[in-house]
Design a protein. Structure first.
Length: 366
């Protein structure tokens, strides 16, 4: 006939009769007249600050939860930030929640999600909380980068380096992290035919920097790839208008021409070309052999020409010497003595000298 309900010091009891919520029972012993056994009680612990129950909506609507339970009722456009004992605990989505405030100091901050961007002094703590990723889109903009924020396809703001958070589910959100540092495109393995019908493989580099981040994301999807494709076309156009010899001797001129051709397209993409360079020009195997033969022939011809020049110079010097000796008998005799001295150093000679010189005297080998 009577129902006894005992509630311990750190407990509460939820009392129901035929599905209706009657209230919260405080610690102690409670007696109820229940001849038809229609009462039902559930023991809960306020040590867990979150009151989670299948009939929470019914309990809230009854208005009998009392002052020990803090009820949070969020609309579709609202979110709640919850601190428990001074520590951030959870982000709450739209819905109804209940917390015990008997054991803990609970603080709730309700924010309007329609603003989309969450600006808060404790944002770094909030975005690290458990479950935050399900409700917040977080963008970390590093130094040397720029962030861009679009809502429903419309540009909203440019974001300086820092941490930013945006509510999900309240609009179409698009965030961009744009690298503003100098970047390099490696344009390798380009098979191109020159003006004189020689197919070669060319490797080039293009260094660039984004100067207008908004234009770089609005003009095309992937500005770096767009610049890469433009560089490929520019290389084909520049190389196709030159013969092989011009390319091999004018790599720097080709690089300058490439940079000049890319500049207008880069400006349309919000990009500035810092520098361009041709790293390698690779010839086919048969063309390499032919070039080696040409080079070898050129070097042989140069060597032969140098030899002929030296021989001509030597003969000219000999002719000049002969003329000088012919005009000066004294020098002629001195020259004869020099020759004689050289010969005497290698053999024993008896030399008879007279007034008419060596030509008219007998030289006798001993």
């Amino acid at each position: 006939m009577f129902k006894r309900i005992k509630v311990k010091l750190h407990e509460r009891a939820l009392l129901f009769r035929e599905g209706d919520f009657l209230g919260v029972l405080q610690p102690g012993v409670h007696w109820y007249f229940d001849p038809l056994l229609k009462l039902r009680s559930e023991i809960v612990s306020p040590r867990d600050p979150w009151l989670v129950h299948d009939d929470l909506d019914l309990m809230v609507k009854s208005g009998k939860l009392g002052s020990e339970v803090l009820v949070i009722d969020l609309k579709d456009t609202e979110r709640a930030l919850v601190w428990i004992d001074g520590r951030f605990a959870r982000i709450l989505d739209a819905g109804r929640y209940a917390l015990w405030n008997t054991e803990y100091a609970v603080r709730v901050e309700i924010v309007d999600a329609r603003v989309m961007q969450l600006v808060h002094a404790e944002l770094p703590v909030i975005v690290r909380a458990h479950g935050a990723a399900a409700l917040l889109e977080v963008l970390h903009v590093e130094p040397g980068h720029t962030g861009l924020w679009f809502r429903d396809g419309a540009y909203q703001a440019t974001l300086a380096p820092g941490t930013y958070a945006f509510w999900k589910g309240v609009g179409k959100l698009k965030l961009y992290d744009v690298d503003m540092k100098e970047l390099v495109l490696d344009i390798s393995g380009q098979e191109i035919m020159t003006a004189d019908k020689v197919t070669l493989r060319l490797n080039a580099l293009v260094a660039y920097r984004i100067t207008d981040p908004l234009r770089s994301v609005m003009e095309v999807e992937g500005s770096g790839q767009a610049l890469y494709r433009a560089a490929q076309l520019a290389l084909r156009e520049a190389v196709g208008a030159k013969d092989l010899d011009t390319l091999l001797t004018g790599k720097e001129a080709l690089a300058g021409e490439l940079a000049a051709m890319l500049a207008p397209r880069a400006a349309e993409l919000g990009i500035a070309v810092v520098t361009a360079g041709v790293r390698d020009i690779i010839l086919p195997g048969d063309m390499k052999d032919l070039m080696n033969k040409v080079t070898e022939a050129k070097k042989a011809a140069e060597a032969s020409l140098i030899t002929r020049r030296e021989e001509t110079a030597a003969m000219r010097m000999q002719a000049n010497t002969a003329k000088i000796l012919e005009s000066s008998p004294t020098l002629m005799k001195l020259k004869e003595l020099e020759v004689l001295e050289k010969v005497a150093g290698k053999a024993n000679l008896t030399v008879v000298l007279g007034e008419e010189g060596l030509a008219n005297r007998v030289v006798k080998l001993l």
